[in-house]
Design a protein around this ligand. Structure first.
Ligand SMILES: C[S@@+](CC[C@H](N)C(=O)[O-])C[C@H]1O[C@@H](n2cnc3c(N)ncnc32)[C@H](O)[C@@H]1O
Length: 288
């Protein structure tokens, strides 16, 4: 791929973020919510946040990170282990269940909702797991700043806020401009897993994956959906067996919606732009 056509994978600074328009006046994928905690969660926070919460220097606002913040997984977890990052962990249902099942792996959650973070910590304490860390930060801002290239084996984005109204669609987390930031952080062959209970968001996710030069969709053409504006196109994965049913999935199913899973495989860096290069299509562990 020519340099001119190639999406940038550079680490952002405040200045480059500003230049890209992702800071300050940018459109956020979340709304401002209370940071206050009820007494029981405040107690959990006071007693246990030092074990699980990563404190970071801020740029402008509670969900930003300063330009010089860097996350070194080795020092965050005190060991070197395969890393999964969850973006928008909610109350931690998914990530705590995974951390329990896989003590040999490490899990890092990004969440902007403080009561959700407190509930995640509460679940981690109850489960007695030590392989989870959580940071209060907007992942769209933080990912390009805090990580070196190629540090995570998996990134999960399950049931992101749907932003249903047409005029709000630009707030959706899974979008063309965020995909290269995800790709930068994943190792070669690493996997971005997604799920949603909103059909038109599933189609958007599929479009984002298939139009990003750094990803291949191993399920391209599979599971076509009659409701899709392109009903024969498909591109949807089987349900990820490592994904537990959360409150958000249950709510969608109860409302009669169906759930789409999607998988994006990070194309090896030395074959980027080589359309003939094979991708390890099904080389994804189903149990992480
Ligand atoms: C609908 S909930 C889904 C929670 C969880 N993934 C699940 O499946 O149960 C989406 C979560 O993403 C969080 N979120 C939205 N935008 C975010 C961002 N830019 N960075 C981090 N978290 C974000 C929201 O605060 C919310 O808790």
């Amino acid at each position: 791929m020519s340099a001119a056509l190639r999406p940038t994978l550079e680490r952002h600074t405040l200045e480059t973020a500003r230049a890209k328009g992702v800071f300050l006046a940018r459109t956020k994928s979340f709304t401002r919510r209370t940071r206050e905690l009820p007494p029981n969660l405040q107690r959990t926070w006071d007693e246990h946040s030092s074990r699980y919460l990563i404190e970071v220097a801020r740029g402008l606002g509670h969900t930003s990170v300063a330009d010089d913040v860097r996350f070194d997984p080795l020092s965050l977890f005190g060991r070197s282990a395969p890393l999964t990052i969850e973006i928008g962990s909610g109350t931690g249902e998914q990530i705590v269940a995974a951390a329990c099942r896989h003590p040999e792996r490490d899990y890092l959650a990004f969440e902007v909702w403080v009561p959700g973070i407190a509930k995640l910590i509460s679940k981690a304490v109850a489960a007695g797991v030590d392989n989870i860390r959580v940071v209060e930060a907007d992942a769209q801002l933080a990912l390009p700043i805090v990580f070196d290239e190629a540090i995570a084996e998996e990134i999960w984005t399950f049931f992101p806020d749907p932003w249903r109204k047409a005029r709000h669609r630009k707030r959706r987390l899974v979008c063309e401009s965020f995909a290269p930031d995800i790709a930068r952080v994943l190792v070669d062959g690493g996997i971005w897993r997604l799920a949603t209970d909103w059909d038109d968001y599933a189609w958007q996710m599929r479009d984002v994956i298939e139009s990003c030069a750094f990803f291949a969709n191993p399920y391209e053409g599979e599971r076509p959906d009659r409701a899709d504006p392109e009903p024969t196109r498909g591109g949807f994965a089987p349900r990820f067996p490592g994904r537990v049913v959360t409150h958000f999935e249950t709510r969608g199913l109860d409302a009669g919606r169906s759930v789409h899973d999607l998988v994006a495989v990070r194309i090896p860096r030395d074959t980027e732009g080589d359309v003939t290069a094979p991708v390890n299509e099904r080389d994804e562990s189903p149990q992480r």
